[in-house]
Write a protein that binds this ligand. Sequence first.
Ligand code: TYR
Length: 402
Amino acid sequence: MRFPTVKEQLDIITANVVELISVGELEQKLLHSLKTGVPLKVKLGADPSRPDLHLGHSVVLRKLREFQDLGHEAILIIGDFTAMIGDPSGKSKTRPQLSAKEARENGESYFEQASKILDPDKTTICYNSDWLGAMKFADIIRLSSHYTVARMLERDDFERRYRSNEPISIHEFLYPLAQGMDSVHLKNDIELGGTDQKFNLLVGRDLQREYGIPPQVCITMELLVGSDGKEKMSKSLGNAICFNDPPSEMYGKVLSIPDPLIETWCRLLVPQTERAATSAILEQRETDPRSAKRALAREIVASYYSRSAAADAETHFDQLFVHKKAPDHIELFLFEEQSLPLIDLLVTLGAAPSKSEARRMIQQNSILVDERKISEIHEKIDLDIEPKIIKAGKRRFFKVAA
Ligand code: TYR
């Protein structure tokens, strides 16, 4: 295999990057790696406080994958130790701390999910409790002596909290130092992160220099806006698409994004290698945003599952919403009773979490039995050998029979 030149590598690496500190240093590092045949060590860290990865996480993970494809070494740090502190980046309050056991378990699930994007065989994974947990109090004092309070307070979120008399605990000051210590330990050449990580990445760079190690190049990537088109993607805001969402759900959620989001999502979520698809989507988005979104949804589903799963998800979606037909495969539930109140049926099927919720769904006209809207909350459903189809809400179907 021919190794890509520095110029070719730079073109791939710099695509979609928000900030790169600095391009000159990166060029030197790439040149050196090409001459010596020693790959660059690229670090990406994640605190496993939330184990459900979503498309927002994929932006940096894809960049890391690009480095892997260029032959460099990807190091995924699971911040099981730092998660116990809780990264204060962008936060206005102290974050809840995780127990060591929770952090380990979440970390394992994180790696498993990240493997949908990374090449797992070529990923070095480490847990920062291995070295941070071994530090003595004297080590921490030495580490802290390399940074000043004034520089810590330069960070926007700390400065804001300090000015408005919101408490900042000392352990929050230790967070960036701990993350920086990871870079001192690993001697990595590059660190990736979202734009919210800029300060932490720069602390790592400073600390490496202080400890006599060549400083890391810092690369920040955009924070992805969620499917609502407004806020940063986050599970708690309900605007997230998770790696583990089934294909049809992923497909449906992508179709629901507002049109102005097509361009950014296409740029950040479709792998750089899918050039033809990307340019087709971008070309179509003005004239026919609906088709552009369908193509985008297919590309995204295909990148987590497969082309055929994406095609199936599209067919399923069309049956449900475009042709308003029930899907081909609906789970069948058999009952002993000849007849049951609809409310009980909905709870037993798991269509509603409680009777009062089932009642509310009926009152809101969101229950159809064999295409017939039911609005009477006391309705009884006769059960027979011939199955009936119950539709709950927009996308859930159940087949019931006796
Ligand atoms: N601070 C990062 C985040 O919250 C996670 C991280 C942890 C990054 C340790 C690097 C590191 O060395 O996303």
